[in-house]
Ligand binder design. Sequence first.
Ligand code: SAM
Length: 300
Amino acid sequence: MNRTHRSGAPKEPRARQSLDPEMLKGTLLEGQSIETLQALGLVTERGGANADAHRKLKQINHFIHQVTPALDEIFERYPEPVLFDAAAGKSYLAFALFELYIRRHGRGHMYACELRPDLANRVQSLAERLGFGDRFTSLQGRIIEVPLPERIHFTLALHACDTATDEAIVRALEAKSDFIALVPCCQAELSQKLKACKGPLSPLWHHPWHRREFGAHYTNVLRTLTLQARGYQVNVTELAGWEHSLKNKLITGKRMGNYYAPAQEELKQLLQQIPVSLWLHETLKAREQASTPEDHTVQS
Ligand SMILES: C[S@@+](CC[C@H](N)C(=O)[O-])C[C@H]1O[C@@H](n2cnc3c(N)ncnc32)[C@H](O)[C@@H]1O
């Protein structure tokens, strides 16, 4: 219900205004418990949420809604599905997926990776306090370095900063992840590298603002083609409903095989026209050459 000022003008919601429990219920997914959200600090003791927490919850649940068919599929197909949340932050997403899938089915494992030790430790204690500990592992470290099972079934990276999204792609490819879902965050890598890239197309990124925008766009195009070239069927869409986030692009992929030649060719042609060296490609090449997957895996 819209409240009004005494003047009669509609009252603007304050940034941290509390939303009542009834309003919050409409945001929750079936199987999502208020107790876990309270433990995470997203929901207050009264069962309400401030506007920031409510927005975050909406984002997470919208993301889950988009990847539900893929999650259903892996829980149908595998007895012990392995989920990997890269750049997990406070692990809101990882805890939600844990409740909705792993706890509900009583099988599977969630690995949540976070660089910051304070966050990763907090997540591990919370997982233990909530009784999730035997099927939930908080990994502290860089996505590219943390020990993971040899096989992952679903890789997620929600707002992983800059090349952290690429780290998630590398781990997903190495672990033959059946599905991948990425919502890229800030992307600075190519805006620097494009400066040195001269040619008939360079007016596209001549101005610094265009360079940032084009750099981010080109990065995501190259990520998409790289996934396709490595056998993923890819979909790029908008996370509708994320009205307060500019980082609103969802890239999902389903693994169909080891490679796809037409996409490999498109990628090659594109890189001939706009030649940049991407951290993702350099890293994939270096790790494939080193070809010592044992160094980066643990047995599940
Ligand atoms: C913007 S937050 C997003 C957190 C969470 N996915 C969410 O959407 O609420 C990005 C997180 O990624 C972490 N991060 C950045 N680079 C990383 C890396 N290379 N490996 C692991 N975590 C990383 C940061 O510490 C931060 O907590």
